[in-house]
Design a protein around this ligand. Structure first.
Ligand code: C5P
Length: 338
């Protein structure tokens, strides 16, 4: 008994951990207007006020972390397009943690982070954001901080609008810049085919800025008008379909405002979307986030595989990569630790 008490009082610190960091798709993305920070005379901050339905998928990166016992942050990544320095969001997540928790940094030292990419880069699937979310969770464990989910989300919001969602994952309504989350019932047992051209990525700032140039005149411009619109979506048909697990309705209610600027600029993405839409068994198809990944939902794995094969044949472009995966209720999760 004494031994057990000693074990509880002085847990053996972990030195390494391995985390799975899932990608997300947007089942819904509506741009309400310029982001208005709270307060009586809010000034636009360059971001947009959004209403999104975010959904985690099983396609995931692996993030290995090892305590270094000295002052350093080291990032390795097996993907040629991913920087290994301060430009990497996983690196920045570790840097934010060293600033926020200097005592833990002094006690345990920094980390070596090894990211094995399975999520395509620059794709609208939050690949960078989910790696950063994994680093927050990993350092919380390795430094024994015991942070709450909302403390982690607050740290995540400093790094990027999608990072808070990536921490917990599952299905959620995201508002504000995307960092304010309302959970929805889990949506599993729905399958998804993703398609992306290897050589094509879309800049998220470009997509939003172009949208503002073209549609800025339609933006809502008061907190009240935005609150009303959020309420309409909360009470609307997509959320009802998710609550009822009505997969056919979910497929028909997919929406993304950014398609209006990305599809005309990238006809290849429009062609891919059309090819998915033509496949039997596809419930609905949409671009995810700022693209250029297009996804299609199906009720079965076989239908997803069938759509993948048919689209690969119809487009016949060696640059087109396709994946079959499924929706998941998981955010960042621990695969192993020592
Ligand atoms: O937050 P994150 O770093 O992912 O945002 C990338 C860019 O996307 C921002 O710099 C901004 O141009 C655009 N954005 C936006 N409104 C949001 C989220 C992102 O305009 N709510």
């Amino acid at each position: 008994m004494a031994g057990l008490v000693a074990f509880i009082a002085f847990p053996v610190p972990m030195h390494t951990c391995s985390l799975l960091a899932p990608a997300k798709i947007n089942l819904y993305l509506e741009i309400l207007g310029n982001h208005l920070p709270p307060g009586p005379n809010p000034q636009p901050d360059g971001f947009h006020e959004l209403v999104m339905v975010m959904q985690s998928i099983e396609l995931a990166d692996q993030v290995e972390m090892r305590l270094l016992g000295r002052d350093a942050i080291v990032v390795h990544c097996d993907h040629g397009e991913v920087p290994q320095d301060e430009r990497n969001l996983a690196y920045r997540a570790a840097a934010v943690m060293t600033q926020e928790f200097p005592d833990a940094y002094a006690q345990y030292g920094g980390v070596e982070i090894t990211v094995t990419k399975h999520i395509p880069v620059g794709a609208g699937l939050a690949g960078g954001s989910t790696d950063a979310a994994a680093v927050l969770v990993g350092l919380d464990l390795l430094w024994q901080l015991g942070l709450t989910q909302s403390e982690l989300q607050e740290l995540g919001a400093k790094l990027g609008s999608d990072v808070p969602f990536c921490l917990k994952g599952g299905t959620a309504i995201a508002t504000g810049r995307g960092e304010l989350l309302d959970p929805l019932p889990d949506l599993e047992h729905l399958f998804v085919v993703l398609g992306k051209y290897r050589n094509l990525s879309v800049s998220t700032p470009w997509a939003y800025q172009t949208y503002r140039q073209q549609f800025g005149h339609t933006y809502l411009d008061s907190h009240d008008a935005m609150a009303n619109r959020r309420q309409v979506i909360h009470a609307g048909p997509l959320v009802a379909a998710i609550v009822q697990h009505d997969f056919t309705q979910i497929g028909q209610r997919l929406f993304n405002h950014l398609e209006e600027v990305v599809l005309p600029a990238y006809p290849q993405v429009q062609e891919l979307r059309d090819a998915f839409q033509r496949q039997p068994g596809v419930l609905g198809t949409m671009m995810s986030g700022s693209g250029p990944t297009v996804f299609a939902l199906t009720k079965t794995w076989e239908a997803a595989e069938g759509a993948k094969t048919a689209v690969a044949g119809a487009i016949a472009n060696p640059e087109l990569e396709l994946w079959v995966t499924q929706l998941t209720a998981n955010g960042i999760r621990l695969a192993a630790h020592h």
